[in-house]
Every structure is written in C-alpha cells, then in structure tokens.
Design a binder for this molecule. Structure first.
Ligand code: GNR
Ligand code: NI
Length: 178
C-alpha cells in the first residue's frame, strides 16, 4: 500500500475520460488499495483514479460511519454506470482534493442507482442517498473528466480557479523559503 500524489487542477489527466477495466486483476485491486490509503491520508471521502494519474474507470469512497458506529466503510467501485436518478435534487457544498480549499454548492439528483463491479469482479447494483449520492456522482464525473466547478457558472468557476492559482503560487513561494 502507498499514499499516491494527488493531481491538482488544471491538469490534462483530470480532463481525460477513464477507460473501462476489462478484467479485475491484482493490479486493479492494488490501485484501489493505494487509492483508499491516499484518500484516508488526505483526508477525503472519495477519490477517482484520474486524481492519482491513472485512467482506469475505478473510484473509492468512505462517507463515514452512520449513527454511532465508528467503523470505516470503504467502498471500491469498478466500471460504474448510473442506472437511475431521482427526480428530487439535493444541493451540497462540494470540495475536491484536486481543487484544494475551494468550495461551492452543486445541485445533483438526491438518489442514484449505480451498477458496478466490486473488487472480486462481481456485478453489484445499489442505491446511494444523501452524502453518498453526492460523492459517487462527484467521483463518476472525475472518471468522465468533469470537475465540480464545471457545474458552476463561468463567472463562479473562473473566480474559484483564480483563487486556486493564487493558493498554489503562495504554497510554492512558502516551499522556496522553507
Ligand atoms: O473529500 C471530498 N469531499 C467532498 C465533499 C463534498 C462533495 C464531494 C466531495 S469528494 C472530496 C474528495 C474528492 O475530491 N473526490 O474526488
Ligand atoms: Ni474530487
């Protein structure tokens, strides 16, 4: 297992479409484990392959314990397909590890049905609701080269990307002096 570097926008791999996994091999399982370790280290609640420079159609997430059990709930998802969306929408203030320290409200279907392969290669289909619905749609967007800021007006997106550019520049300057 390893913590992988996370790509920061703008980066061409974050704009690329990830390709379906043909066979769930040990290499795919190793990537999923590294992605979970990277996600927990960040920390974040989801991570898509594009963010660590891979173009396999895989994502991981863990939206945390429900009720009072504190157990981690890692989910590994291969070749996800959205097979249904609710008419009801839900708005959530989203962030992204590839767009650090920037946040904005994004509206998406409140409930989605996702068909995918698990890490054993077995087909699964289940509903995602609440934060999990927001997160899985955010991650599937990544696999299609889409970032949460792409759901905003041009004005808002340009503002966030400008703030991000400034943040990265400041971080680089701090690095130089350290
Ligand atoms: O850690 C994350 N938090 C988050 C909050 C609201 C909506 C989506 C997310 S996903 C994000 C991690 C990330 O960038 N995944 O791609
Ligand atoms: Ni993200």
């Amino acid at each position: 297992m390893a913590v992988l570097p996370i790509l920061i926008a703008p980066h061409p791999t974050l704009k690329a479409k990830a390709k379906p996994v043909k066979e769930v091999t040990d290499a795919v399982r190793a990537l999923l484990d590294d992605m979970l370790e990277t996600m927990y280290d960040a920390p974040g609640i989801g991570l898509a392959a594009n963010q660590v420079g891979s173009l396999y159609r895989v994502l991981v997430m863990d939206c945390g314990a429900r009720e009072d059990d504190e157990q981690p709930r890692p989910i590994k998802i291969i070749n996800p397909q959205i097979t249904g969306v609710s008419e009801e929408l839900s708005s959530y203030e989203e962030g992204c590890l590839s767009i650090p320290e920037q946040f904005a409200d994004v509206e998406r279907p409140a409930v989605v049905r996702i068909k995918y392969l698990d890490e054993t290669g077995k087909a699964q289909e289940r509903l995602f609701e609440g934060l999990e619905a927001t997160c899985v749609q955010h991650e599937i967007d990544h696999l299609d080269g889409i970032l949460f800021v792409d759901h905003l007006s041009n004005l808002k997106r340009n503002m966030l990307m400008k703030k991000l550019k400034k943040l990265i520049k400041e971080r680089e300057e701090e690095g130089d002096h350290a």
